[in-house]
Design a protein around this ligand. Sequence first.
Ligand code: 6PG
Length: 242
Amino acid sequence: MNLHRSLDAVEAAQACATHILLTLQRAISLRGTATLAISGGSSPRMMFEIFARTAFPWDRVHLFWVDERVVPPTDPQSNFKLASDAWLQPAQFPAANIHRVEAELGAEPAARLYRAAIRGYFGLDGASTEHPRFDVIHRGMGPDGHTASLFPGDPIVENRDGVAAAVWVEKMHQWRVTLLRGTLEAARNTAMLVTGRDKTDTLKTVLEGEFDPGHYPAQIASLGESGDWFVDREASETLAGL
Ligand code: 6PG
């Protein structure tokens, strides 16, 4: 795991953006195209705005979502809307490369279509143990240790076979569609962007405590060599050795 510590949330977003773009660039050099899955919430907005300001061959990047709230794409809670407003529209990101969760169809149909879209894009034959290898999966972490829409204590965290699924998130009283653990674990690179004082205690446990992804889903696929954490001073101030 590589820890990148910034002074504040702006610097952390910049560092994470730079890392993601370099990784995508490397993937494009190797394979011609790159795949990126992004998260929602509040912390990615600044990073998306940086993407919007950066000249990049977006026509070589295929974009997916780590998770989506089951609301229409015009809803302020929509993770697609966040990315679209802050990045995709201003950057004129090629529409054909946007693979969003069609959440307006309802949780199960949207999850079914999303799974099919991912399998189709990555050429997976539908066997349950096959997973897509995203070049980069960008994730956040909630103060409770959740990541994607995998929440502590939910048995779905143990599902390593599926690609993506609909999940009822009791804590949010909301249906979500989320990539599943096996897909997160298959990523070539995982970029965690975690900022703010409300994450401090959980970040310490996630990075320094025992491996217990059932209670701390943020530990999934983020603690090995392919995991990079971009944190600000507030979130990381109690980490050992700092
Ligand atoms: C979502 C997410 C979610 C998010 C964390 C952290 O749709 O809510 O994708 O997993 O990454 O909740 O969110 P913040 O960045 O807002 O703290």
